[in-house]
Design a protein around this ligand. Structure first.
Ligand SMILES: C[S@@+](CC[C@H](N)C(=O)[O-])C[C@H]1O[C@@H](n2cnc3c(N)ncnc32)[C@H](O)[C@@H]1O
Length: 231
């Protein structure tokens, strides 16, 4: 039930991005950080890709990019937008079960772990392990640490807004967020937070060798990215 609520939220018209400039800067930043991990012509799965507005920036260095999104309206929009790009395929999470073992050099799951229950995370790690080639890389990004205050999220957004030219909109956006459906859902459903040691232990239990990356993907340096290789 909780899972569906978050997916419905991401499928709805929401105001997470304070304006179009923020929206595009967000996806461009993620794509540019993500593609550093992609080997030339590599095969990439972006699980929980959201709107993937800058997917072409990843596709340009990849051989094949599979965008996987659970929210049906979002998925349909990505499919329409990427229809002219022969390297991009759009899939639902249910579609992934049919893919052969060792399909990908890289699997990225960025800013999704906070919406998952432990019962969902375990099977997903097993799926990614199966889908990765030997020597492939799983990038688990934007994991919210146990001890982080809302103030650090606010400051990270304001710094990003100052750099990308949407600072004033970010200030108004923050006020709007307090009264938004995201805030209400966050209060009722909560967001999963993770201890670094627990993430490493969970990845080890799923047969990955893992470490925390020096920098998070995206604009928020307080959140964590993990790099994990299947054993
Ligand atoms: C914050 S957005 C992240 C989108 C993109 N990866 C990014 O970093 O901007 C969260 C994404 O997680 C997806 N999501 C939420 N709960 C999920 C679940 N239980 N299973 C699969 N995807 C889920 C949503 O549909 C949404 O696209």
């Amino acid at each position: 039930m909780a899972t569906r609520d978050w997916i419905s939220f991401w499928d709805s018209k929401h105001s997470i991005y304070v304006n179009a400039r923020h929206h595009h800067a967000h996806y461009r930043r993620i794509a540019d950080d993500m593609r550093r991990y992609v080997p030339p012509d590599g095969t990439v799965l972006d699980y929980g890709c959201g709107e993937a507005l800058a997917a072409d920036r990843v596709a340009v260095v990849a051989g094949r990019l599979v965008l996987c999104e659970a929210a049906p309206t979002v998925r349909a929009a990505i499919a329409t937008r990427s229809a002219g790009n022969g390297k991009i395929e759009v899939r639902s999470p249910e579609d992934l079960a049919a893919l052969p073992d060792h399909s990908f050099d890289i699997v990225v799951m960025h800013s999704v772990a906070q919406y998952l229950t432990p019962a969902e995370l375990g099977p997903l790690l097993a799926l990614f392990h199966r889908l990765l080639k030997p020597g492939g890389l799983f990038v688990l990004g934007d994991v919210i640490p146990l001890k982080v205050s809302a103030v650090t999220d606010v400051l990270a957004l304001l710094r990003f807004g100052a750099r990308e030219g949407f600072l004033t909109a970010a200030l108004f956006g923050l006020v709007r967020t307090v009264f938004s459906s995201y805030s209400r859902l966050r209060t009722t459903l909560g967001l999963a937070r993770y201890d670094e040691k627990d993430v490493l232990a969970t990845l080890a239990a799923a047969d990955f060798v893992a470490k925390r990356a020096n920098h998070n993907i995206g604009h928020n340096p307080e959140r964590m990215t993990f790099l994990a290789w299947p054993m």
